[in-house]
Design a protein around this ligand. Structure first.
Ligand SMILES: C[S@@+](CC[C@H](N)C(=O)[O-])C[C@H]1O[C@@H](n2cnc3c(N)ncnc32)[C@H](O)[C@@H]1O
Length: 399
């Protein structure tokens, strides 16, 4: 057992202390707290620790609402006031940018009006009939009754899921702002699906091992005056309130333009936002159903200047011989691939709007892009409240 003082928080919101000169990451420990802890894992470079007793508490500490807070890896900042979580995210972002010597303007932070019960997607595990999440850094399941980040209708859907009698598998629950729910299940078990059991919730579809077995394999969402069809395997932003602010900001930052490229387009949301101001939008996306949704979304929203292309950005972008004056990039966590980054640098496109859910790969890519581009705007959207994750939007202008 060790008594240590917490020096600061790491990028995942864990307290940092030093035990015998080795950095030790301790969950649920805040700066200036003195804790008695035990080491739960030792590696050559660091230790992981667990608090046994708080000897001195930080005055900013609040009680976490979620009973699974200290064991589940989902939300890591619930022991802070909401505004302090935003300060943590801003400081984290600054540290990462400064490490890569990025020149950035003042960072604007967009708050989440509903920092609890906001997520429209829950990824659950089922083991031996119990439904829940894995404990942090392990494959031990924590059975849960509800998640404090998920929209209430998804928590109700967990009860419906119990009636399916799945023993082992994985489930993704998604919903729209009308509380319509789509369930996607991967399991080798046979299901018991009895409609009477879900009279209390609005289930629009059930997909079992990529086959639709009830209703339809998609749902609709209306955000920012646009209607989106979203298939069970297509990406959509997990926080509809923050997504609407993000779309507004994208719209604000494009003036009348000729040709827009929407790289990593998902179901086409950013291209649809831009289409009224653009002559032409080309979107590129790797998931087939998302591209088909994009085609449908163009019809639903009467946008006939969008050209969705199915393909890997890395190999598709070099084949597109167009001059773009605005490019949106919204890649997955791994950021831009080297080929696409080089093409962006050579393209001399006037404006790039880079949206990212990973500050490390964003900083890596900005380091290259800043040789040709200046970062005019930097915003953090609190898309993933009470977790350590951040969503950023950068507006880059050709120097
Ligand atoms: C963060 S999402 C953004 C989607 C969209 N911009 C939105 O806001 O809904 C990233 C998207 O990139 C797609 N993607 C991942 N790897 C890709 C690749 N190599 N080439 C093209 N698209 C890819 C994913 O399927 C996903 O739809």
């Amino acid at each position: 057992m060790y008594e240590v003082e917490i020096k600061r928080l790491d990028d995942q919101g864990r307290g940092i202390a030093f035990i015998e000169n080795k950095i030790t990451f301790i969950k649920n420990a805040l700066p200036h707290e003195v804790v008695e802890c035990k080491i739960t894992k030792k590696t050559k470079k660091y230790n992981l620790g667990e608090v046994i007793e708080y000897k001195k508490k930080n005055q900013k500490r609040v009680d976490a609402k979620c009973p699974y807070f200290s064991i589940c890896g989902g939300c890591s900042l619930e022991h802070l006031e909401y505004l302090d979580t935003l300060e943590f995210k801003k400081e984290k972002e600054k540290r990462i940018l400064e490490k890569e010597h990025i020149h950035y303007p003042e960072i604007q932070v967009i708050e989440n009006e509903n920092p609890y019960f906001y997520r429209n997607k829950l990824s659950l595990k089922i083991m031996n009939g119990a439904i829940g999440f894995y404990e942090e850094n392990s494959h031990t399941l924590i059975s849960i009754e509800q998640c404090f980040l998920a929209r209430p209708c998804l928590n109700e859907a967990i009860n419906v899921l119990k009636t399916f009698r799945i023993t082992n598998g994985e489930v993704i629950l998604r919903c729209n702002t009308n509380d319509e729910i789509l369930i996607a299940i991967k399991t080798k078990d046979s299901l018991i699906v009895n409609e009477e059991n879900f009279a209390s919730v609005k289930i629009v579809g059930i997909v079992l091992n990529d086959q639709c077995i009830y209703g339809q394999p998609y749902f609709y969402e209306r955000i920012h005056h646009l209607l989106f069809k979203i298939s069970y395997d297509a990406f959509f932003q997990v926080n509809p309130f923050i997504a609407s602010h993000l779309f507004e900001e994208v719209e604000k930052n494009i003036s009348s333009t000729n040709t827009v490229l929407d790289l990593y387009s998902g179901v086409g949301v950013l291209g649809l936002v831009a289409s009224k101001k653009a002559k032409k939008v080309i979107s590129i996306e790797i998931i087939k159903n998302a591209v088909l949704d994009n085609i449908e979304n163009c019809k639903l929203n009467k946008c006939n200047n969008i050209y969705p292309v199915l393909g890997d950005a890395k190999t598709t972008l070099p084949k597109i011989k167009e001059d773009f004056d605005t490019i949106f990039v919204d890649p997955p966590r791994k950021g831009l691939d080297k080929n696409s980054l080089q093409l962006l640098l050579q393209s001399k496109t006037k404006k790039i709007i880079y949206i990212s859910c990973d500050p490390f790969t964003l900083a890596r890519d900005l380091k290259e892009l800043q040789s040709v581009y200046e970062i005019k705007k930097f915003m953090l959207f609190d898309m993933f409240s009470y977790t350590y994750h951040v969503e950023s939007l950068c507006v880059l202008k050709l120097k």
